[in-house]
Design a protein around this ligand. Sequence first.
Ligand SMILES: *[C@@H]1O[C@H](CO)[C@@H](O)[C@H](O)[C@H]1NC(C)=O
Ligand SMILES: *[C@@H]1O[C@H](CO)[C@@H](O)[C@H](O)[C@H]1NC(C)=O
Ligand SMILES: *[C@@H]1O[C@H](CO)[C@@H](O)[C@H](O)[C@H]1NC(C)=O
Length: 314
Amino acid sequence: MSEIDLGKAVGHQDPDIPVAWNQRDLILYALGIGAKKDDHSLVNELDNSWAPFPTYPVVLMLKGADQDVIDFKTRVGGKNKAPGLPRFDPNRTIHATQSIQILKPLPAVSGQGWKLKRRIVAVSENKSGIILESEFTLIDPNGIPYAKLYSSSFNLGAKATGGKFTKRIAGAPQAKPIPKDRQPDWVVKDQTTPEQAVIYRLSGDYNGLHIDPRIGKAAGFGGVILHGLSTFGFGARAVLSAVGGGNPNALKYFGVRFTSPVKPGDALETSIWEVGPGPEGTTEVTFVTKNLTTGKIVLGAGVAYVKKQEKSKL
Ligand SMILES: *[C@@H]1O[C@H](CO)[C@@H](O)[C@H](O)[C@H]1NC(C)=O
Ligand SMILES: *[C@@H]1O[C@H](CO)[C@@H](O)[C@H](O)[C@H]1NC(C)=O
Ligand SMILES: *[C@@H]1O[C@H](CO)[C@@H](O)[C@H](O)[C@H]1NC(C)=O
């Protein structure tokens, strides 16, 4: 192994990931993030309002171009080839933050030749571990970008020097603080189902933690937990329906910090505050999503840029 020097990893380009999807993948994703039977714009490709849900590209980081179930350990193993990094324990890697900037609406079927380009944009170390942040750009076969994703993982217990370190060359917009002096402008309640993780995993994240209760117990969660990106999608559906009138093209940016696990079956509540104008005629909102019963925050530091619109009449 090469010498450990965290700064060397920043800017490293990982190999491109070929990606592909079809209409069925988009509908399955919508169900994985909680779409209901009457949400025709999400689940019914025969309906005029049907369109890809804008956060779909986040699943491509693991799904790639595969259609069948894949072996999760093979997919994530050996990913960590950047110079300067220590070896990370995959069992102690946590998805810490995720964001997506939507540049163009996705086609319903990708066809071949789409890719996610990726590079490491930040590495930091503190007493509890090492945080790695990657940027993924979704491009079509002509190189036109459709979405930009930032994803960070916290490698608990990983160590370079044990001291504090941060190097960053790019990153996602951060959330403004929640206004302390007023109630949220919108509150959206939703319900995950006991089958939520079993459905969500079919979008490409086959980590056993989400289906085998023994793994969840060994990891200290007391059983199966829901994919963070499923909760992410619940949050995006909530923000889009409240602020963007349910129009899939209204969402331009959406980012969160994963703060605690959700169990399949938990009820969720997303509280959303308008905090000012966002870029390009959007409205900026800040939000949190809670486990409704415990009140524990599951998505924190939420930020979204949305083209504000009234709910369309059916
Ligand atoms: C991760 O956890 C699994 C299941 O408990 C175990 O079989 C495996 O050896 C662990 N991996 C490492 C690197 O510790
Ligand atoms: C290290 O960073 C992580 C991720 O931002 C944070 O959750 C954790 O509290 C930090 N630990 C210390 C000791 O600062
Ligand atoms: C969410 O709240 C419910 C009701 O108290 C609880 O059973 C469940 O374990 C909570 N979920 C998590 C992940 O803590």
